[in-house]
Design a protein around this ligand. Structure first.
Ligand code: ARG
Length: 444
């Protein structure tokens, strides 16, 4: 290329750079006055605190007396409220609706219907004070796209740690069972590639395929389930070797892996295989609890669900088979939650939202307290512990300098009555206010 041409190219590119560069503005600083602050770094509450938010992160936190707020600053007055870190639900299905239990919908619904629901559900979840969720099962790759759309600011919603569809054995919890072999239904565009896997090689392939499409976490179905047909919650699905291969592949790719497991043996197989969290854990026994402690495996027990499944889902067409299965596991799961917690197993908050209506996530806190936790412990399971399970402790889960400004507030005191969390009045995510029914300011 001639010298003048190079010069021209240089000028042209540097000019467009200059023209396109947005004007640098200083990040906005906001001062939040917290009457009571539960920062989730301990079980204690501190009074009269100030949180300084700069841009999307927390710059500092300290007693009101030690922080001077310059005149004319942007101040959010939560002096009459309890301020906490944004909550984290480690088990949601944002694309699922709790009013579609009739089997016919499995044949009628397109993936688009799930995606529309997910946009609405993301907003409901955020408004309920959940600023982060781990979404563990949707059509490929709804959660990944929703995560990206939220991160781009296209739609409002929580931060999403996204999985692909749950990986299942043929005839397992994630398959469509008990129809005539004459009928062939493709549940997903490429069933084998994303979801059904039999044998170690197929398991490796499906995990890799999901990673290829951008999932943050792998979800595998290690036992039968309640809301599926033709399988039993107590029965193991996948062999130990298959689970081990899945965990190995996920970890090699720098992803965590969660296993759906109700059954006693399937839970142990999953823990020994190196899986990071056991979802449901309904029929866990003493040995399972001991193994979970030994391996540092988190238990994510959805102990609110039983209420909704037995009281509401039948009116939406839930078949008798599933009602019976729920009756088998529901009460035991709550008792085992208490047992496992008292024995010292690690617990992270996860509700299986989508089985019940999105936005009601906080209803589970009541049961966690009823079955053995203090309110502070229940809240920490949904903040600091949840952040640890999802591998995001650097960014979310506590109110500390350097973390994202994911901050919520409730008018009543959740440390007295944890049900106060069912009515979150203020929600900030990444420094942006999405809801404010406490000071009455208009969020944008
Ligand atoms: N998705 C789970 C399943 O179908 C829901 C289990 C809900 N029941 C419960 N007691 N947690 O297996």
């Amino acid at each position: 290329m001639k010298r003048w041409a190079l010069l021209f190219l240089f000028l042209a590119t540097s000019c467009t750079c200059l023209a396109q560069k947005p004007a640098k503005t200083a990040p906005v600083t906001t001062y939040i006055r917290a009457g009571r602050l539960f920062d989730a770094t301990s079980d204690r509450v501190r009074e009269n605190m100030v949180i300084v938010v700069e841009g999307n992160r927390i710059r500092s936190v300290g007693p009101a007396a030690s922080i001077s707020i310059p005149a004319g600053s942007n101040v959010i007055d939560l002096t009459r409220a309890t301020v906490l870190p944004g909550l984290i639900d480690c088990h949601t299905h944002l694309g699922s609706r709790a009013d579609r239990y009739d089997e016919i919908f499995r044949f009628k619904d397109t993936p688009f219907l799930s995606a529309f629901a997910a946009v609405v559900n993301a907003r409901k979840t955020l408004d309920a004070g959940f600023t982060t969720v781990r979404d563990v099962g949707s059509k490929p790759f709804l959660a990944v796209d929703l995560r990206n759309s939220i991160n781009e600011g296209l739609v409002p919603g929580p931060r999403i740690v996204a999985s692909g569809p749950g990986i299942t054995i043929t005839g397992g919890h994630g398959d469509l069972n008990n129809y005539s072999p004459q009928i062939s239904v493709k549940m997903f565009p490429e069933e084998r590639g994303f979801q059904i896997a039999d044998g170690v090689d197929q398991v490796r392939h499906v995990v890799r395929a999901q990673v290829k499409y951008g999932v943050d976490v792998i979800k595998i179905l290690a036992t039968g389930g309640v809301l599926s047909k033709g399988d039993s919650p107590g029965a193991p699905q996948f062999t130990f070797d298959e689970l081990k291969a899945a965990a190995e592949e996920a970890h090699m790719a720098g992803r965590k892996i969660a296993a759906h497991a109700h059954g006693t043996q399937g839970i142990k197989n999953a823990i020994l295989a190196g899986i990071d969290s056991i979802e449901h854990a309904s029929l866990i026994d003493d040995e399972g609890i001991r193994l979970a402690k030994e391996h540092g495996t988190y238990l994510v027990m959805d102990i609110y669900n039983d209420d909704y499944i037995l009281n509401n889902a039948p009116a939406f067409g839930l078949p008798e088979e599933n009602i019976e299965k729920e009756k088998m596991v529901g009460r035991l799961q709550r008792e085992n939650f208490e047992k496992a917690f008292k024995a010292g197993a690690r617990m992270a908050f996860g509700t299986d939202a989508g089985v019940y209506p999105h936005g009601d996530n906080a209803k589970q806190f009541f049961y966690m307290v009823k079955y053995g936790m203090t309110p502070a412990q229940a809240i920490r399971s949904a903040t600091s512990s949840a952040a640890d399970l999802i591998g995001r402790s650097k960014d979310v889960g506590t109110i500390e300098a350097g973390k994202y400004a994911d901050i919520i507030a409730v008018a009543a005191d959740p440390l007295q009555d944890v049900r106060a969390l069912e009515d979150v009045g203020f929600v900030m995510k990444g420094g942006e206010v999405f809801k404010d029914a406490i000071t009455g300011r208009q969020p944008h």
